[in-house]
Design a protein around this ligand. Sequence first.
Ligand SMILES: Nc1ncnc2c1ncn2[C@@H]1O[C@H](COP(=O)(O)OP(=O)(O)OP(=O)(O)O)[C@@H](O)[C@H]1O
Ligand SMILES: [Mg+2]
Length: 376
Amino acid sequence: MSHDVSKLRHVPVREEKKGIKVAKLVKLKPSGYPLRALGDEKEQILETDNPELFQAYAREQWGGLALKEGDFVFDSFLYPDYAFQVVRVAPGGEGRISPITKIQLDLSSVRKSEITKRYKRNISLLDVIGQEQAKKKSKIILHYLKDSDHFGEWAPRNVLFYGPPGTGKTMLSMALAAEARVPIYLNKATDLLGHCVGDGARRIHKLYDDARRNAPCIVFIDEFDAIGLDRQYQNIRGDVTEIVNALLSELDGIEENLGVVTICVTNAPALLDEALKSRFEEEVRFTLPTEKERLEILNHYVQKLPLKVKADLEKLATLTEGSSGRDLKERILKNALYEAILDGKKIIREEMLLKHLDVINIQKREQDKKASRIFS
Ligand SMILES: Nc1ncnc2c1ncn2[C@@H]1O[C@H](COP(=O)(O)OP(=O)(O)OP(=O)(O)O)[C@@H](O)[C@H]1O
Ligand SMILES: [Mg+2]
């Protein structure tokens, strides 16, 4: 027997089970997507501004479906495959959705967890080594987030962080939110783009609606060049212009964005649209650490390692020119730690650290070779 695949996704799980009574009330909890690509930010939490409209929408797609508490239903239209868990069916914990079933979104647990999950408490601006310009700016933002009313038209609003990978742009933003004890909305520009024309602009307005509701807070947009592209590149993605316009209106603060600070991040500021760029009151440059800063970073993380390190860190700092904070922590210290654990060693010695430094240097040379081939 052949299946019509287009119909399969709408086949209700227990449709065949006749005789199930009509539910008077069904409560659904937004539960996210069933899958997430490694490295992607956590899934979005959906909510509604119009419960009545959500009810009509839900009845239309899940009408006739028999549900019991604990089941999942999947959206098929606006957010394909987004799951909602059935948290309540009344009466009796089981029933069929009919045109008279009341359908509600249960957002109580979502709202709380959403906000508290958005910042880590255990990180502070002092943990970020170097990046003095960025820290200065962060201190102003910190004042503002703690006391938004007093700044009036002088409020810090939009800041661009740029610079090489692994230099602390994300870390500093998280530290800022933690110190101010405010939520940070972490977004990747590519996620904001959406799949369909119109999606992106809607997502941006929705993001800022949420942010305004939970102000003071930080809106963080990573890989900003993906939407902030110069107009000459925008036609690669037809609806980017529309997204840029949506973002421009939010950054301009046509709506009163009291207590909302936007931090956009890019590795490639030269690619950005001039109109967008001019909305940033400051472009804050992150740089690779100097030798002194590398030593500080190494010392800072060596103290946190669960094994003792016996090595001349000054020598390591000298040898790691061109390495970022991430290189030092994630590639040298972490890999040396893993190796020590696997070899059953109690101490991390200098040669183990140097070995991983060699690996990085070889990889860097390969990358440089590739880059020079592309640009020559
Ligand atoms: N200046 C720094 N001080 C202390 N630790 C740092 C610093 N820079 C980087 N690190 C370490 O490297 C990790 C990665 O840094 P982070 O994610 O902030 O880099 P990034 O600038 O956002 O990079 P990308 O452009 O690739 O997103 C941090 O979590 C931290 O452990
Ligand atoms: Mg980052």
